[in-house]
Design a protein around this ligand. Structure first.
Ligand SMILES: CC(C)(COP(=O)(O)OP(=O)(O)OC[C@H]1O[C@@H](n2cnc3c(N)ncnc32)[C@H](O)[C@@H]1OP(=O)(O)O)[C@@H](O)C(=O)NCCC(=O)NCCSC(=O)Cc1ccccc1
Ligand SMILES: NC(=O)C1=CN([C@@H]2O[C@H](COP(=O)(O)OP(=O)(O)OC[C@H]3O[C@@H](n4cnc5c(N)ncnc54)[C@H](OP(=O)(O)O)[C@@H]3O)[C@@H](O)[C@H]2O)C=CC1
Length: 329
């Protein structure tokens, strides 16, 4: 009898969940924004925490390859732009952690996942910045790919993420343009500088295409994320948009895209590109890219070096709390 009652209760709760799930999907289909206190399926919450936190970690780790060049920027103007860009990236990380916090994920927990190597961040930040041209290539290609992926996220169904993305995209647009202008200046300066730019393009092109994630047939999360309108385009659709926008920009710089199979399909108007080396992508995701270990070490050191700030802030807040308690007594 007891088991029967339990089964009945479970059946009622299954029906309620199915009804709530259908009402939730109807809101999504109707282009309504979902806000933190609204009911949402657990899978929707988990998907968002996963994507938003990986995005936040990418911004934070993404400060490292460029931070490497702040002290070596060739002019005051370039140094000021690079400093502002790296600061923007720190800011993006913070808005994104705040958006994840609205879903009940604490910043400490997310940070711990990054530092322990449990959480992913974008594969692109595991490549080294060898010359000044790499700074331009990051702006042009990495921010160019990031903005292509992020403009549709401004229309994501989850309110706090979509609103954070509006400001982030405005800043990314500036980042992309500063990178392209930097490379244009180098390409118009001397043959030697143009060669440096070509070398940077050769090294950053394929990793930039990998930023969009696995091909659609291998993307585990795309179908559900598209149904929930977290993602508005598939990985391959965005990759193609990026290639179509970027190839003419490379030609304008007088550069060659390092892909012997690249060709314009006159009928579709799309640039068809060669096979991506997915084994390299898998290696970088597993922690075996050129700079994975260096990046993790740098983040862990920054966290350890900041321990005294966290301790001081905690002690200060305890002191304030106990003073308030004494005054109230
Ligand atoms: C498109 C995708 C990245 C992946 O689609 P999903 O539907 O989520 O997954 P899918 O099923 O297709 O993949 C299966 C698994 O593979 C993982 N994975 C896939 N690709 C990558 C990758 N490239 N790197 C590492 N991991 C990758 C994926 O997480 C999943 O793993 P999981 O199952 O969780 O263990 C999506 O999460 C997204 O749009 N995120 C928001 C944007 C964002 O995070 N942008 C970051 C750059 S911000 C920036 O650059 C700004 C800047 C510029 C310059 C300087 C400094 C800063
Ligand atoms: N917005 C909407 O409501 C809808 C949009 N869509 C589709 O979504 C896609 C995005 O459209 P939309 O939201 O209008 O955004 P846009 O493509 O017009 O881009 C918005 C902003 O991002 C900047 N930007 C975009 N790409 C780059 C780049 N490669 N480098 C630097 N800056 C860039 C633009 O800068 P700048 O202006 O300086 O060029 C602009 O400020 C389109 O395919 C559109 O058809 C579909 C349905 C609805």
């Amino acid at each position: 009898m007891y088991t029967q009652a339990l089964n009945n209760l479970e059946a009622v709760s299954d029906i309620e969940d199915a009804e709530r799930g259908a009402a939730f999907q109807a809101r999504i289909d109707n282009e309504e924004k979902i806000e933190p206190n609204d009911w949402m399926p657990e899978g929707y919450r988990k998907t968002l925490v996963r994507q938003i936190s990986q995005h936040a970690h990418s911004e934070i780790v993404g400060m490292l390859p460029e931070g490497n060049w702040i002290t070596r920027a060739p002019t005051l103007k370039r140094k000021a732009a690079l400093l502002a860009k790296v600061q923007d990236e720190g800011g993006h990380g913070l808005y994104l952690y705040s958006a994840a916090e609205t879903l009940g994920a604490s910043r400490e927990e997310l940070n711990e996942q990054l530092l322990s190597g449990k959480a992913k961040y974008s594969s692109i930040f595991n490549y080294p910045t060898l010359t000044w041209a790499d700074i331009g290539a990051i702006g042009w290609l990495v921010d160019g790919a990031a903005i292509m992926n992020q403009i549709p996220l401004c229309r994501c169904s989850f309110g706090p993420y979509s609103r954070a993305m509006i400001r982030i995209c405005k800043e990314e647009s500036f980042h992309q343009r500063q990178g392209y202008e930097l490379l244009l200046t180098m390409c118009r300066s001397s043959e030697e500088q143009k060669e440096m730019v070509q070398d940077a393009l050769n090294r950053w092109w394929w990793p930039s295409l990998m930023m969009f994630g696995p091909s659609d047939k291998d993307s585990q999360h795309s179908a559900q994320s598209m149904a929930w309108k977290i993602k508005r385009f598939t990985n391959d659709e965005l990759r193609q948009k990026f290639v179509d926008a970027t190839v003419p920009q490379a030609h304008y710089l007088g550069l060659t895209i390092p892909d012997a199979d690249l060709k314009l399909n006159e009928e579709t108007g799309h640039w068809e590109y060669g096979e991506i080396d997915w084994s390299e992508f898998a290696r970088v995701l597993k922690g075996d890219g050129p700079c994975n270990k260096q990046r993790m070490k740098a983040r862990q050191k920054a966290h350890e070096d900041g321990a005294w700030v966290r301790e001081a802030a905690l002690a200060y807040s305890e002191k304030k709390k106990s003073r308030r308690g004494q005054q109230a007594a």
